[in-house]
Write a protein of this length. Structure first.
Lengths: 430, 314
């Protein structure tokens, strides 16, 4: 593979706006940009990206790669392929592996395995508490020393108010960010889906919006008390969005993300009792969907994050109360966001690339402007593509996408990682 | 090929089919009253009772219904199956399907399993109760029992019904509310807020004394004693004091009221009066009609016309 690459005919989108530019890449960096670069085919590869959007690669704040421990569902290799095909050049790997990413050994393993696979930057997060048990703090400084920036007990929220306060105080002075899965467990015991009209009708135990909002509120107040930043994972309710909007208006260091599924699907999806639509937090009402979209549009919510959560089909075929929550997201996030949000490219890139990069502590490397001297982590998007989701065609080892048969707009065509096209025309170039 | 029909919930089946099934139930009740209550309608058909949750009564009712229609039956109750040995629901269903099953009668503790199972088999699915969600044959037999008492009325317009007790956890309450509402009745739920669904499917009240003297139908639900003394309702006699059919409340019932219960009764909890002394009780009629209603459902899904003659004539 040539180390030199020129992309011609594309429209570049980044922090500086949107303009027609060719981009020359060498040695992993952008070395030249201009309206019509001359290509020397003897020393460099040309990618004709006419009509396409070229921008900084996406950064996912919320990916479950399942390795170590649950490699039937996904591996760092298969998840990296899915990420690359989805346009991601960096993913934050959630810590609910087995064993948990709560110690240097496991974190190093994940990071190292990501480097070996070499398709995107795999950045392990650490758990806030040992074993995600909600009792004692993980060694934040030790983990920070091996590159961990984001800490979360994702899958469950830190229930103990006092412990969360101490965790914020301790992490804050180290410059680290705690990310919260907001769910007050005592309100969601046995819950399968959103608490409302639909769950009442279906006879499934409900997960009330309040269970999320109470913890959003608590964490905002803990941020006010401690001054340490918090990142709120996968906001799903209208009131959560309002709470974050108010916190930001108060100048608090609170950031938030929303998933593609919480802006595209509602609890009505469960009416056919298909466990592919079981997810945590659950799909909510149309009013919530619209509020979350509004939060993304007005900047209240900083990032679109996938919560890519692979599960083998045999797990999703269990009765709804036993089936694990979660759905695939990496390969469909752009298409879903493009299809439902109606945002311009620059705003979409802000939500998918440079804003999450900053939250993940990767802002010096990922989500950079397409400019000379910057690392060449880029995505090329066929903006007019319309495609139908076929679970068997996804790179993920699992097939639990909720978008089967759905038509999405825009598709990742190429992904450039460290100057190397790791995806060409939608295919992983291993 | 037309899509395989199932009987999984009242709202899925719809009002037209419900009316037809009530008529077929009437026919099956007539069959059941014959000296030889057996017809060859489903001879050669195989019905599998797949019960993942204990239910002697419903299982026996379905089994009897199938036998009166001359179907072959097999029964898998979870305690005796490989389901406990790690075999998945899907594997179990596919294995049984491969033995040649025309219909599965399914009882499961989790809402929705009849829909999941339908994806893995070509057999018809009859929902014999899924979690808190639906128990449509119970609803059908209840509607039939009321209709019979009303002299065969095809509409329940103006009929006032109170469903009393643990509505939240009751598939019976959901299905009965649906079918009676569909047929025109005014259904009211009587329960403490803690035992109602988050969004109740009908108007509700927490005062049984307020309604007991007015209703045409008093439908009592089973209250599981293990739910009392939890975060849902206080222990002791408070639930019984507030929501049971006591002798005092029984005296206030209208003479032409109907008292119903899906069984099994929790005597001393939701009912402290002896129903056999209660002229208004239809509780045993419900049991009898249950067989006819289930015959109607099985025949509707698997039978062909012209096979309901007396077996001795065939």
């Amino acid at each position: 593979m040539s180390e030199r690459l020129v992309m011609t005919g594309g429209t570049v989108v980044d922090q500086h706006g949107e303009r027609r530019l060719d981009v020359r890449i060498a040695d992993g960096c952008v070395v030249e940009t201009g309206p019509s670069l001359v290509v020397d085919p003897s020393v460099e590869q040309q990618l004709d990206v006419s009509g396409c959007i070229v921008g900084p690669g996406f950064v996912d704040l919320h990916t479950h790669l399942r390795e170590p421990g649950m490699t039937e569902a996904e591996t760092i290799e298969s998840g990296s392929k899915a990420a690359a095909r989805g346009g991601y050049t960096a993913v934050v790997a959630m810590p609910n592996t087995d064993p948990t990413q709560d110690c240097v050994e496991v974190v190093k393993f994940v990071r190292q395995r990501g480097i070996e696979v070499g398709l995107c930057d795999v950045r392990p997060s650490g758990s806030i508490t040992v074993g995600r048990a909600g009792e004692s703090l993980t060694p934040f400084a030790e983990l920070a020393a091996v590159g961990v920036h984001l800490f979360t007990d994702d899958g469950s929220g830190v229930q103990d108010d006092g412990l969360m306060r101490r965790a914020l105080e301790y992490a804050g002075e180290l410059g680290l960010v705690l990310a919260q899965h907001c769910e007050v467990a005592s309100l969601t015991r046995g819950a399968v889906m959103h608490e409302g009209e639909c769950c009442s009708h279906l006879g499934l135990p409900g997960w009330p919006a309040l269970a999320e909002e109470l913890m959003v509120h608590r964490d905002i107040e803990l941020v006010r008390l401690t001054g340490s930043p918090v990142h709120l994972l996968h906001l799903s309710t209208a009131r959560s969005v309002e709470l974050v909007r108010a916190a930001k208006a108060d100048g608090l260091p609170v950031t938030a993300e929303a998933t593609p599924h919480h802006i595209s699907l509602t609890d009505e999806s469960l009416r056919a009792f298909d466990a592919r639509f079981k997810v945590n937090p659950p799909l909510r009402t149309m009013a919530d969907v619209e509020a979350v979209r509004g939060g993304l549009a007005d900047g209240t919510i900083d990032a679109i994050a996938t919560d890519h959560a692979p599960h083998p089909s045999r797990a999703k075929e269990r009765p709804l109360d036993e089936a694990p929550p979660g759905m695939l997201g990496l390969e469909t996030s752009l298409g879903v966001a493009r299809s439902v949000l109606g945002l311009g490219w620059q705003q979409l890139f802000a939500l998918l690339s440079w804003q999450p990069a900053t939250i993940a502590g990767l802002g010096e490397v990922h989500g950079r402007p397409v400019a000379v001297g910057e690392p060449a982590h880029l995505v090329v998007i066929d903006q007019n593509a319309e495609w139908s989701v076929d679970p068997m065609q996804l790179a993920s080892l699992s097939t639990n996408t909720p978008y089967v048969g759905m038509t999405l707009q825009s598709r990742v065509r190429h992904t450039i990682f460290h100057g190397r096209p790791v995806v060409i025309d939608g295919m992983v170039n291993a | 090929m037309t899509e395989r029909r199932h009987f999984r919930s009242i709202d899925e089946v719809g009002i037209d089919s419900i009316r037809r099934l009530l008529d077929v139930t009437d026919h099956m009740a007539e069959v059941s009253r014959r000296p030889n209550p057996k017809v060859p309608a489903l001879r050669g058909r195989t019905i599998c009772n797949l019960f993942f949750e204990d239910s002697t009564r419903t299982r026996m009712s379905f089994d009897t219904a199938a036998k009166r229609l001359s179907a072959d039956t097999m029964t898998l109750a979870v305690g005796s199956s490989s389901v406990n040995k790690g075999e998945s629901l899907r594997d179990t269903v596919e294995t049984l399907s491969a033995m040649g099953v025309d219909a599965f009668v399914i009882r499961h503790r989790t809402a929705g399993t009849p829909w999941q199972i339908a994806e893995w088999t070509n057999a018809a699915i009859v929902n014999a109760g899924d979690g808190w969600h639906a128990h449509p044959t119970q609803a059908l037999l209840d509607a039939y029992t009321i209709r019979t008492r009303l002299g065969g009325a095809t509409s329940f317009d103006g009929l006032s019904v109170a469903i009393v007790g643990d509505v939240r956890h009751s598939r019976v309450a959901r299905s009965v509310t649906q079918i009676l509402t569909m047929l025109g009745a005014d259904v009211r739920l009587v329960a403490p807020r803690t035992l109602l669904p988050p969004v109740p499917m009908a108007p509700s009240s927490h005062d049984l004394d307020d309604v007991v003297g007015d209703v045409d139908v008093l439908y009592l639900l089973r209250m599981q004693s293990e739910r009392m003394g939890t975060g849902l309702v206080p222990g002791g006699t408070e639930y019984t004091d507030r929501f049971a059919l006591t002798p005092a409340r029984a005296r206030r019932l209208r003479r032409d009221a109907m008292v119903m219960h899906p069984g099994p009764m929790n005597r001393g909890v939701e009912i402290t009066v002896d129903p056999s002394t209660l002229g208004q009780s239809l509780i045993l009629d419900q049991v009898t009609n249950g067989i006819a209603a289930r015959m109607a459902v099985l025949f509707d899904l698997l039978g062909s016309s012209g096979t309901l003659e007396d077996g001795s004539n065939v």
